[in-house]
Design a protein around this ligand. Structure first.
Ligand code: NDP
Length: 246
């Protein structure tokens, strides 16, 4: 595991948006960020799941989170502008943005890859983080120490047969991170990095590896160190880098 010990109040007074916050790694990240003092904006497509995460954070005595239901597959630039306006009105700034939501799509050779699924995966995994980042950058510039984290994968660093649009979207995510990190470096306080979570016990992993015993994998809660490190002040000035959670 990534070697980092987060102090209890690491994220005190930070406003952090997590996409795909209703399940899997995004849910664990939202709960962990709140536990370390952050006010978390829970964004995802299934309101009931977001409400459950909200309740868990409240029950644990964390700062009151916000829920923002949004389906990244159909969202338009206007929807991202509305998101930015809401955050601006409510909080006036954004300190952290974790792009976590993704679709696996199909596992099949590119020669037979379903074109509709290709578009969907690219929309959720690549175009949505681009549109959201563009809309939220002004709010991140209002923070004195802002961090953007994109979620990658091992197949986004070395291609692997049959991983199709998912792998290609993750390679592009690494490219978007490097491009944005380079642009922001001269401007100010926004750092930009990627995390590859590594094999983790979630629905997506089970969908990709149905025969695997999930109990042998780390749970999302077990891989949070690198997420906390990159969203907190200890990673100030760390930018343009690709991290592994495990
Ligand atoms: P899950 O499938 O468990 O969770 C994904 C989350 O994203 C869900 O909450 C889901 O919402 C949300 N989501 C999916 N599509 C949309 C959409 N169109 N609009 C809004 N939200 C959406 O995945 P993981 O937790 O496993 O994955 C999290 C990240 O980690 C992903 O980027 C993935 O690629 C990456 N990753 C995961 C690995 C693993 O082993 N688990 C390994 C390498 C990378 P809902 O709950 O409503 O379905």
């Amino acid at each position: 595991m990534f070697d980092y010990q987060a102090p209890d109040n690491l994220l005190k007074d930070r406003i952090i948006l997590v996409t795909g916050a209703g399940d899997g790694i995004g849910k664990a990240a939202a709960i962990s960020f709140a536990k370390h003092g952050a006010t978390v904006i829970l964004l995802g497509r299934t309101t009931k799941k977001l409400e459950d995460v909200y309740d868990q954070i409240e029950a644990a005595g964390g700062p009151q989170p916000a829920i923002y239901p949004m389906n990244l597959e159909g969202a338009s630039p206007k929807d991202y502008d509305d998101l930015a306006s809401t955050i601006e009105k409510e909080f006036g700034r954004l300190d952290g943005l974790l792009h976590n939501a993704s679709l696996l799509g199909n596992l099949s050779p590119l020669s037979q890859y379903d074109v509709e699924i290709w578009y969907k995966v690219m929309q959720v995994n690549l175009n949505a983080p681009f549109l959201m980042t563009q809309a939220l950058l002004p709010l991140l510039h209002h923070s004195s120490d802002a961090s953007i984290v994109f979620t990658s994968s091992s197949v986004g660093r070395k291609g692997r047969a049959h991983w199709g649009a998912y792998a290609v979207s993750k390679f592009a995510t690494e490219g978007m991170m490097q491009t944005l990190a380079d642009e922001e470096e001269g401007i100010g306080p926004v750092r930009v990095n990627t995390i590859n979570p590594g094999a983790t016990r979630t629905h997506m992993r089970a969908q990709a590896y149905p025969a695997e015993n999930p109990e042998q994998l780390p749970a999302p809660e077990d891989i949070m160190n690198v997420y906390l490190y990159l969203l907190g002040p200890d990673s100030q000035k760390v930018t343009g880098q690709a991290f592994d959670a495990q």
